[in-house]
Design a protein. Structure first.
Length: 164
């Protein structure tokens, strides 16, 4: 809230150079801000009384946007990569998929390993959980199982994340 939008009876006022000017009415504070050719901005609306500061509003918004942008730069976005397997996968094919997952995990991404069942493969779902367990076992040096094997419809999934 800025200038006339501030409808509180009493506010705590902070001057343009950061010193506290005390508790006063919003009208008096707005008058002081107008005399300095600046804006009155409410910076802590939940405080008792609310805290307002005398600043140049355009400059204040620019500083806030810059801080947000700086905070966004420092964030690490974690992607979830998916690797699909079938129940009758061969050892060498499994090793190739494990190497791909190893690459993803070392980059900092999570890996969702999906075991898809088609047709008659649905009858042997219980035996196929071993494939996911072997997959997780081969990556246990760099990854930890975040979500254990779970059956959802025609697929079984496990999620692996980087060890901390």
């Amino acid at each position: 809230m800025i200038n006339e939008q501030i409808r509180d009876k009493e506010i705590r006022l902070i001057g343009e150079d950061g010193e506290q000017l005390g508790i006063m009415s919003a009208r008096d504070a707005l008058k002081i801000a107008r005399d300095a050719d600046l804006d009155l901005v409410k910076i802590a609306p939940t405080a008792k009384p609310p805290v307002c500061k005398i600043v140049d509003y355009g400059k204040y918004r620019y500083e806030l946007a810059r801080k947000e942008k700086e905070a966004k730069k420092k964030q690490k976005v974690i992607d979830v990569k998916e690797i699909r397997l079938s129940p009758n996968i061969d050892e060498n094919d499994l090793n190739t998929k494990v190497n791909a997952a190893r690459k993803f995990i070392t980059k900092g991404d999570k890996v969702k390993v999906t075991l898809k069942f088609r047709g008659r493969e649905m009858a042997h779902m219980a035996n196929s959980k071993v494939i996911l367990d072997v997959f997780a076992e081969k990556l246990k040096d760099i990854a930890v199982v975040e979500k254990p094997a779970k059956l959802e419809g025609r697929s079984m999934q496990i999620t692996l994340a980087e060890k901390k």
